[in-house]
Structures are given as structure tokens and as C-alpha cells.
Design a protein around this ligand. Sequence first.
Ligand SMILES: Nc1nc2c(ncn2[C@@H]2O[C@H](COP(=O)(O)OP(=O)(O)OP(=O)(O)O)[C@@H](O)[C@H]2O)c(=O)[nH]1
Ligand SMILES: [Mg+2]
Length: 393
Amino acid sequence: MSDSKKPQAELPGVVLVGVDLGFPHFDAELEELAQLAQTAGYRVVDRIACKRRAPDPALFIGSGKAEEIKALALGHGAREILFDQALSPAQQRNLERHLGMPVNDRTLLILEIFAQRARSHEGKLQVELARLQYLSTRLVRRWTHLERQSGGIGMRGGPGETQIELDRRMIGDAIKRTKERLEKVKRQRSTQRRQRERREAFTISLVGYTNAGKSSLFNALVKARAYAADQLFATLDTTTRQLYLGEVGRSVSLSDTVGFIRDLPHGLVEAFAATLQEARDADLLLHVVDASNPEHPEQIAEVMRVLREIGADDLPQILVFNKLDLVPEERQPLQRVDSIELEGESVPRIFLSAHTGAGLAELRGLLAERLLARLGERPDDPEGHANAEDSAQ
Ligand SMILES: Nc1nc2c(ncn2[C@@H]2O[C@H](COP(=O)(O)OP(=O)(O)OP(=O)(O)O)[C@@H](O)[C@H]2O)c(=O)[nH]1
Ligand SMILES: [Mg+2]
């Protein structure tokens, strides 16, 4: 993304707004939204949090608060306002009119980041589909603006309405075409996967909240160079490599996947279903957690929710509590490997650091145990599956 290379001062300034509606885990400091904004190439100039019992149907916030935000934004020379919550098309339109500048929400921000990040053909198609779907719900808004501008032409129905119809049809067609193209890529992918499955004994997927350190762990394990960065959604495409486990003398296949985030726009979950499918077909999930993030229990719950949504919640998991090097002395675990209660089940947990390498040997040990158990179940493995040669880096 070119924007991130610009000097800070040149990036468009944004004011963040969070509305506390009394739901648990309201992030008063709007930390995650700020990270999303920075990842998308904005400069956060200020943050405002306010409390409301229920969203105002017209403005989402009260008009007094809107005035306050406006003054703040103008004072800082901000170019845009970003809301942490999803706004309805009407609320967005009203707010833009009231504040005199573009207003966007978390959903659009996530879509924007995905659009900037997508590299593969499939990834681009998935983002395009999600964007079209989002756009189709906002169509009316764009055209009511225009209608008002052109104003009073006096034609029945007005040019705006015909245009909406045309646009709706165009977007509908584009959605259909994109879906068909995605379907084709998906078929190719599943053929590739089937071929891989035939070759491999054991497949492992790294899953977890965005920024937990999945790519860093992937790199540390297979000595690869997947893109790891302190940005949300650094990874969008699945990368798969062979991981050689010397203890067993065999390789397993390890996949790095897209990260999850709370309130992932629904269109995106749907669009990325094919990518997430990779996780669903795994023999084992390494659920990576940023142990240094105070929000990690909520992040685990969110990941579990998405896993349920894609039908991967019943797969065996190992919880990997990463970033051990950032956990303060007094909260360091007594044991590297233990187990934790997760939705009524006891799940093995390992503490490690992808950065320092602490705990990596133990993790390899756990993986070797799993692989041995699998080989024990299937002793008559005629092809010997993946072998030592695959480990060549
Ligand atoms: N201190 C420390 N930082 C880490 C560790 N593992 C990862 N990080 C940092 O955490 C940030 C996110 O790491 P990534 O590996 O990109 O995380 P990810 O889960 O792949 O993130 P997405 O692809 O964005 O979902 C990067 O800045 C890493 O350098 C660790 O063990 N210790
Ligand atoms: Mg990543």
C-alpha cells in the first residue's frame, strides 16, 4: 500500500467515534479501530467516545454530540469521520450532511483494507464481490444525493430513479459475473486440494485473530518469508508449506490463513468462504492467540464464532499463546504446556514466542505426537505420504 510509505503528515486525518451502547467489551480507547485506520493509510487525529442507551435512528448519535465532533474535526483539519459501529445507509447520509464531510464505518474500513491487500486473483474476486454487495445496499444513498443536486427537473420518477434501476441492474450483473468467476477458481482450488490431500498425511491450518502472529509463527516453523507486519489483515491469501518433523521423519502441510476480527462484514465472510475452507479441511487447527493483548479472551471467543460459522469448530485444536516475550514477568506461565477449558472442552495450550523461538521445540513435539497418533491409526500407508525431501528449504 503506497499510502503507508507517505510521511505521517501527508496522510488524510480522521477522527474516530465510538458509541458505547452498553454492550460488554466496549473499547473506550478505540484501539482496534485506530489500528484499522492506520492499516488503511489514515492518520488518526483524535478519538471521541460517547454513551447512548440506543442509537438515534437518524444520526446514530445525538445532535449535540454531532456538533462536538464537527468542531473537533474542523479544528484538526480532519478529512473524514470513522465510526466504530455499522451505520445504516440513512444514518451515514444524514451524518455526512450534518458534518459536511465523508463519514464511514468499520465495515467499509475493513473492506477498504481487504481491497488494498488482495494480491491473488481469487482474493481480488472475493473482495470485489463483498464490495459490490455492500454497494448494492448503499445505492439509493448515492442517487438521492444526485437527485437533490440536479433538483426540480420535473420529470415523473426523475432521472435519479431510472439511474438507480440501471445501476441496480448493472451491480446485479456484476455480482453474478464475479460469483461465476469465483466459482471457477474455487473448483480449481478444490482439485488442487484433493491432489494435495492424496499426497499428504496430515494438514494443519493456522487460524486466529488478526495480528496474533500467525504468519510470524508460520515463518518461524517453516523458515519461510510470509508477510508479517504490525497491521491488521497483513495476510489475505492462504500460503501452504511443508513442515518437516524430524522426530517422526515425515512432513506435514502447514497453511497460514486470513485473520479473523470481531464483526467481520458478513459479505466478507461469505466472499472468503473458499479461503476459509482451507481451515475446515485441516486435520488440526493451531489457534494462535496474542497472549500479550488484554482483549485476548474476547478474541478467542470471536475466532470460535467464525469457526462455527464455517463449520470448523469441531476440528481438533491446539491453542498457541504467542508473544510470550511481551507477557510481563508476573504473568508468565508456570508451565509451557498445559490445557485450557474452551467452550466446555479441555484443549491443549502451549505458550511460545514466534520472535524469540521459546517454546517452538515443544510445539514441534506436540505436532509430532499428533502425527504419530495419526500414523498409528493408518499404519498401512502405501505411498509413505510426504517424506523427508519435502523439508528442503
Ligand atoms: N514481540 C513479539 N511480537 C510478535 C510475535 N509474533 C508476532 N509478533 C508481531 O505481531 C505483529 C503481527 O504478526 P503477524 O505474524 O503479521 O500476525 P498475523 O496473525 O499473521 O496477522 P494478519 O495476517 O494480519 O491476520 C507483527 O508486528 C509481528 O512482528 C512474538 O512472538 N513476539
Ligand atoms: Mg498474517
